[in-house]
Structures are given as C-alpha cells and as structure tokens.
Design a protein around this ligand. Structure first.
Ligand code: PEP
Length: 256
C-alpha cells in the first residue's frame, strides 16, 4: 500500500464553532489521539474560513493539518466575498474540500464549477478532496454508479495523471450525511471499488491503486473501525462527530 493510502481521518466542521471553541477543539483532538503524533494516521480539520488562522496557530506542531471547506478558482481580483486557494495556502492550509454535497445541493454548485475549483486547488499547491455521492432517490433508482461516474469524470476533466495524484476522493452518499443513516461497510466498499476501476479506466492502474478514497456519511466511533476495515476505504470524512473531541479522537485511534 502506498504512502498516499496511509489512513486519513478528516473533520469537516461546517458552519460551527467560534473563535475560542475552534482553538480548544483542535488542541483537545491533538491531546486525545496519540496516533497523530506517532505519525500512523493523517488527520486534517476543516474549520470555517474565519477561524482558519486561529486553528493554524493552535495546532502548533501537533501533526494535524488544516484545510478549507471551499475555495474560489480565480487567483485574485473583483470577486466579492470569495477566497482564493492561494490565500488559503498563504495562511498555512494544506487541503481544500471541493464539491461537498452541501455546496452542490444547498448552494447549487455544478460539476463544471467544481472542476475549476479542483484545478485551481492543485495549481495553488493545496491538496483537494473531491467529494462525490448520490442522493437517496438516485440510489433508489439504481443510479449510484451513473452519478458518481459523472461527478468524477467531470470533476477531474482536463487533469493529467500527475495532477490527479494530488487528489483524495471522498465518497459521501448524500442520504447518509448528517442523517444518522450510515452506508453499510459493504455498500461503501462497493462504490469505492467502482471509483478505483473508473480511475484505472481514466488514467492507469498505478494511479487507481494509490489514490486515497475516504467514506463520509454519519461516521461515528461505533462504525469507524468496520468502515475503515474495508479494503478500499482509506479513511473517513467526518461531519457531526468531528465536533466532539472524544468521538473524533476515538475514530482517529480506530484507524491505526
Ligand atoms: C460531511 O459533512 O462530510 C459529513 C460526512 O457529515 P456527517 O458525518 O455529519 O454525516
């Protein structure tokens, strides 16, 4: 297994915490999860933009990486309210989420826009996590494969294998995000295999084998180990449970 597929547990804080709580949360995670300092698992947190610098300072040299929940694809200029990947790199971010389901389905982002964001993220030197996943009605209509394939093909359009080697993919069935409904380890594994096969078709076997693919959707301490025990599940993207230091630390420890 490649270095890239070292277990990776990422916490998406969404629009939560505040200035004090964001720093306290990341410090508590570092102290409760010795696997981070031991280097046996990659961990990243994704605070709201306004607390990023706070969290970058608070992580000190704990080994936790910091990422942004979104970026805008232009470098700079008249884009009121937006934040570029270069700015995020400048303040110490390592990762950026692209195409999270809430950006797709609440904010209305398209595959084309997400492709621009993935491309700009890579060009800036940040590492993108491209999020994909089907809606409940799409799963019920047996369209999971079609939807995930479209999101990946369009999300990675125009990118060479070398560029795509910087990417982590997160499979997050929308019906499982924030709902308490988790995909079974078998359901998740099935889609992870499908994603790896697709990467092999689009690029090559080496890239498919080395790409890190996370599962996200109501992951919690009680199901983390079984999910990550699946051959093609390399870690978790965690929403709700990442806001509780004890739960998130337990999930990190179960990755080892
Ligand atoms: C997410 O927001 O990426 C997520 C997986 O949320 P939750 O764990 O709360 O379902």
């Amino acid at each position: 297994m490649s270095f890239m597929r070292k277990p990776f547990v990422a916490g998406n804080w969404k629009m939560n915490t505040n200035s004090h709580a964001s720093a306290e949360l990341v410090k508590a995670i570092a102290s409760k999860a010795p696997a981070i300092a031991e280097g046996s698992v990659h961990v990243a947190v994704f605070p709201p933009f306004v607390y990023l610098q706070n969290v970058v300072k608070a992580i000190n040299s704990s080994g936790i990486a910091v990422g942004a929940q979104d970026i805008y694809y232009e470098k700079e200029g008249a884009f009121t309210g937006e934040i570029s990947a270069l700015m995020l790199k400048d303040i110490g971010c390592t990762y950026a989420l692209c195409g999270h389901s809430e950006r797709r389905h609440v904010i209305g982002e398209t595959d084309e826009l997400i492709n621009k964001k993935v491309t700009a993220t890579i060009m800036s030197g940040l590492l993108p996590i491209l999020c994909v996943g089907e809606l409940r009605e799409e799963r019920e209509a047996s369209k999971t494969e079609e939807v995930v394939t479209r999101q990946i093909r369009k999300g990675l359009a125009g990118l060479s294998a070398e560029k795509v080697s910087a990417i982590t993919i997160a499979y997050e069935p929308v019906w499982a995000i924030g709902t308490g409904l988790t995909a079974t380890p078998q359901q998740a594994q099935e889609v992870h295999v499908l994603i790896r096969k697709l990467l092999e078709q689009m690029y090559d076997a080496k890239l498919a084998e080395e790409t890190r693919i996370l599962y996200g959707g109501s992951a919690k301490p009680s199901n983390a180990a079984e999910l990550m025990g699946q051959k093609d599940i390399d870690g978790l993207l965690v929403g709700g449970a990442s806001l509780k230091a004890d739960d998130f630390a337990a999930m990190i420890q179960s990755a080892v």
